[in-house]
Ligand binder design. Sequence first.
Ligand code: TUI
Length: 314
Amino acid sequence: MKTILCDALGIKFPIFQGGMAWISDASLAAAVSNAGGLGIIAAGNAPADFLLREIRKIKSMTDKPFGVNIMLMSPYAEEVAQVIADEKVKIIVTGAGNPAKYMKMWTEYGAKVIPVVASVALAKLMARSGAFAVISEGGEAGGHVGDITTMALVPQVCDAVNIPVIAAGGIADGRGIAAALMLGASGVQVGTRFLVATECNVHENYKSMVLKAKDIDTVSTGKRLGHPVRAIKNNFVREFSSKEYDNSVSDSELEKFGEGRLKLAATDGDTKEGCFLSGQIAGLVNREQTAKEIIEEMFSQAKEILGKAGSFYE
Ligand code: TUI
């Protein structure tokens, strides 16, 4: 299965591995790239020297294309943006904000910038600012999310821009790929399913939380702070949620209460106090496989069901 993204980015399958903060390192990204997808290293909230190390590492692990994800709300965004340029990273995915101020510095040396958008307005702005493509991410996704669902957002973004659109949020198998292509997308971005990949170094407890999660086990909290985040319900999420609706708790207290929780989940595996970001599709993710097995299984399923699509006609 091939779309315009494959030749443009030099990848075999039109699938991006989500840039998951504290999770998507060189090990996971290299495995995905070596399997024919686009592996992506996440800078997350880490200082730039972390990213630099991971970029050097992935260059020794694969000769295939890879990308870097910059989380624009990070306190280190400025220095991360500079390291990306210094290392001449060719594919840059941005999240949790508007990357306009970095566009020139990246496109100048020929990088392809692919912002994650959660609205038609930002998609249009990004297309005008020189983005190569956009990732249209629905609120089913894990982590920092918008309000609109993938089903509603993807076709509206596809109609609004004339650059490739990659669908994200709620996609973890071949049916998701097929649906995304039918909505007009040229590819998909997948986070939750790659989180349980063999090559993913996240704490084992994080993997078990995702593997055990059912359809209704994630919830989005933090709307009051302007950046809602979807995570698996646990002790921390319940406490955060009750503080969010408690007027005696100030915004800065609430912000402080949430700090460092993702790292606590990803590196320490603290099932009680950590924040286990995950998409709603976790209920569908039930076993650990290698990145190669995940990608090949997803695309063979997509190919099979798309091939049968003709049977819906008389
Ligand atoms: O960014 C994500 N997912 C994330 S980021 C993250 S780390 C984090 N840490 C602390 C607080 C919040 C997050 C965990 N998961 N996905 C991409 C994404 N980007 N989803 C939604 C957006 C987005 C939202 C608003 C992109 C642009 C935007 O525009 C705002 C503007 O300035 O126009």
